[in-house]
Design a protein around this ligand. Structure first.
Ligand SMILES: Nc1ncnc2c1ncn2[C@@H]1O[C@H](COP(=O)(O)OP(=O)(O)OP(=O)(O)O)[C@@H](O)[C@H]1O
Ligand SMILES: [Mg+2]
Length: 234
C-alpha cells in the first residue's frame, strides 16, 4: 500500500550537505499500522514527509496504493494528497477558527458542498468524542482534545493513509492511551493504513503491527512490534 523504493534525501546548505534519508526501502501493507522509531535527527520526519511528497526524494520512488507519487504532475499530486492525511505533535490547528471550521477547511478546498460538509463534521466529531465542542476555539481545549480535533480534521476527506509525526509526544500517559485507542479505531473501522513516528516504545507495542528502526538516515531493521524487546531500546 505504501512503498518506498531506494529513497534518499540530501539537504544542501551553505555549510555543506546532510543526508537526511539514505537509500531507504520499505513496504507497508494496506490496512496495517507501522511504527518508525529512532533517536532525534535519525530522519524519521523526513521519511514520513516523503510519503505525501511534502519532502521530495532526490532519488528513488514512492508508491501509495496504485499510484507512483514521484511520477505525478503538480495537479495530480494535489488530488492524490487528499487521500493522505497528517497529524503532528503540536496539532497545527488554526487558532482563530472554531473546531468546526478547522475540520471544514480541507473539505472546502476539495469543493465538498456545504450540507455534506456539515454532516461530515458532525460525523468526524462524533467519532473522536467531541460533538459538543464544534463551536469552541482551539485555545479553550486541552492537549488531548486538540489532538482529537486534529484527528477529526484528518478524517474529513476519508483518507486511505494517515501519517502521524509524534502524535502523543506532548500528552500524558492516560491521554496518550486514549489517542492511541482513537487511532486504532480508525484503522479498524475504515481500514486506514497508519504510519506513526514516535519516541515511545509503548506506542509501538500498543498499536503497531510492525516497526522500523532508523539510525542516521537509514532503516537498520524492521520487525514485528512484539519482537521489539528482543532488540532492546532504539
Ligand atoms: N529542511 C531541512 N534543512 C536542512 N536539514 C534538515 C531539514 N530537515 C531535516 N534536516 C536534517 O535531516 C536530519 C533528519 O531530520 P528529521 O527531522 O527527519 O529527524 P527526526 O528523526 O524526525 O528527528 P526528531 O526526533 O528530532 O524529530 C537531521 O540531521 C536534520 O537536521
Ligand atoms: Mg521528527
Amino acid at each position: 500500500m505504501i512503498s518506498l523504493e531506494h529513497v534518499s534525501k540530501t539537504y544542501r546548505m551553505p555549510e555543506g550537505q546532510l543526508e537526511g534519508v539514505r537509500d531507504v526501502s520499505l513496504h507497508i501493507p494496506k490496512g496495517t499500522i507501522h511504527g518508525i522509531i529512532g533517536v532525534s535527527g535519525a530522519g524519521k520526519s523526513t521519511l514520513l514527509r516523503m510519503v505525501n511528497l511534502l519532502e521530495r526524494p532526490d532519488q528513488g520512488k514512492v508508491f501509495v496504493g496504485e499510484q507512483e507519487m514521484t511520477a505525478l504532475s503538480a495537479r495530480q499530486l494535489r488530488e492524490s494528497r487528499r487521500s493522505i492525511s497528517m497529524i503532528f505533535q503540536q496539532y497545527n490547528l488554526v487558532l482563530n477558527r472554531t473546531v468546526s471550521r478547522n475540520i471544514s477547511m480541507a473539505m472546502e478546498l476539495a469543493g465538498v458542498p456545504k450540507p455534506e460538509r456539515l454532516a461530515r463534521i458532525e460525523e468526524c466529531l462524533r467519532f473522536v468524542g467531541l460533538e459538543d465542542k464544534a463551536q469552541q476555539y482551539p485555545s479553550r481545549l486541552s492537549g488531548g482534545q486538540k489532538q482529537r480535533v486534529a484527528i477529526a480534521r484528518a478524517l474529513a476527506n476519508g483518507p486511505k493513509v494517515l501519517l502521524c509525526d509524534e502524535p502523543t509526544s506532548a500528552l500524558d500517559p492516560q491521554t496518550t492511551a486514549d489517542i492511541l485507542e482513537v487511532l486504532h479505531h480508525i484503522n479498524r473501522s475504515y481500514g486506514v493504513t497508519i504510519l506513526i513516528v514516535t519516541h515511545d516504545m509503548s506506542v509501538v507495542k500498543k498499536i503497531c503491527s510492525r516497526v522500523s528502526v532508523m539510525e542516521q538516515g537509514q532503516i537498520v531493521r524492521t520487525v514485528a512490534a512484539d519482537e521489539l524487546e528482543a532488540i532492546g531500546n532504539a
